[in-house]
Design a binder for this molecule. Structure first.
Ligand SMILES: [Zn+2]
Length: 370
């Protein structure tokens, strides 16, 4: 339970989304400065750079090294400072954006975040994760504020592999259910030192879920056919803006606890964050004994958009040993499950994991026969 009666809401200063919007970067950045330092995912550098023929702003381009370490953040900050940058721009996936966030914070410079996929809701948040050179997680860093601008070019997002957008729907699927759990337990959100959630945050989290149900399947079909329709735009907004504002302003719970639990399982290393979180939603619904109608709605959605629904789908064998390992980590503290509004025991966690897996398997075999 929170120790304060106060509520708080935070987010990026501005959010712009549309096809081709990245090419208007200089125009967007002009509010903050003319000299831009762009940190870009290595494999995207040529295709991104090719979009800029008229460089009205002075742009310094740098490839991200591939891991968001203290050394990489220091290197980027030193180069940006040498280039006398006035604005830091991160273009790419999660780790590139995290490094850009930290470098901008180190230099106290305005930050523009331009995600190239909608696979998670991290672009809008004020959090970054630091890793060792070997890829092991070091710590999450909470920054003072989110980016000045989150600039989403929907034509770039639509051109990324479909699996990324589907994974992002898995991350976004958790937002409403976790918000609801945090509201029931009155747990602090991630704004500043943590406050109670606002009505705005709860409305955003619910809208996120409703948008996925309304547009998720159509968006998938559209992208499979190379079309960037309004449904695709809606899902991109749900995955990045609604989910991002939603989770940071309400909090995580059981679904993200499963993601933490999966850190213990090596064979799941190839699964994306949002894919594991989606299975985590099934776990949370089982843990909370959610109404059957709601469970059916979620299962139907996951099946239609192609999210993993079982342990096997995530390349994890449903053995007693694996269930025990995951449950052990979930109950180890700070996984998110503490935000559930009741006493969570080992038996409950194990039972919910096993039932979620069985539920996913049952739904898939039933759907395959229809
Ligand atoms: Zn997440």
């Amino acid at each position: 339970m929170t120790s304060s009666r106060s509520r708080a809401f935070g987010g990026p200063f501005r959010y712009v989304q549309g096809p081709g919007e990245l090419t208007n970067l200089a125009q967007h950045a002009a509010d903050y400065g003319d000299r831009l330092f762009l940190l870009v995912d290595g494999f995207l550098m040529d295709s991104i750079r090719a979009r800029f023929n008229d460089e009205s702003a002075a742009m310094t381009w740098e490839k991200f090294s591939g891991e968001c370490t203290e050394a990489e953040v220091g290197r980027v900050a030193a180069l940006a400072s040498e280039a006398k940058a006035q604005v830091i721009v991160g273009v790419g996936g999660g780790k590139t954006l995290d490094a850009a966030k930290l470098a901008a914070a180190n230099l106290s410079l305005p930050l523009i975040i331009a995600p190239t996929s909608a696979s998670t809701d991290a672009p809008t948040s004020a959090m970054s994760v630091l890793y060792k050179e070997t890829g092991e997680h070091v710590r999450a860093v909470c920054l003072k504020h989110s980016a000045e601008l989150v600039l989403v070019d929907s034509s770039i997002i639509a051109a990324a592999p479909l699996r990324l957008l589907v994974a992002g729907m898995g991350d976004a699927l958790s937002t409403w259910f976790e918000a609801r759990a945090n509201a029931a337990s009155d747990t602090a959100n991630y704004i500043g030192r943590g406050y109670r959630r606002s009505l705005a945050a709860m409305a955003i989290a619910e809208k996120c879920y409703r948008t996925l149900l309304a547009d998720g399947f159509t968006a998938r079909l559209a992208l499979e056919n190379g079309a960037v329709t309004e449904a695709v735009e809606n899902v991109i907004e749900a995955n990045i803006l609604l989910s991002g504002l939603g989770f940071e302003n309400t909090g995580c719970a059981g679904a993200h606890a499963v993601h933490t639990g999966f850190h213990e399982i090596e064979s799941a290393a190839g699964a994306y964050h949002g894919e594991i979180v989606a299975f985590g939603v099934l776990f949370q619904l089982m843990l909370e004994n959610a109404p059957a109608v709601e469970v059916e709605e979620v299962l139907q959605f996951m099946y239609q958009v192609g999210l993993p629904m079982t342990m096997t789908d995530l390349n994890v064998e449903p053995t007693e040993e694996n269930f025990q390992k995951i449950a052990g980590r979930i109950l180890d503290g700070n996984s998110g499950v503490e935000a559930e509004p009741f006493l969570v025991t080992r038996d409950l966690v194990l039972g919910a994991l096993k039932t979620a897996d069985a539920m996913g398997r049952r739904f898939k075999s039933r759907a395959a026969k229809v």
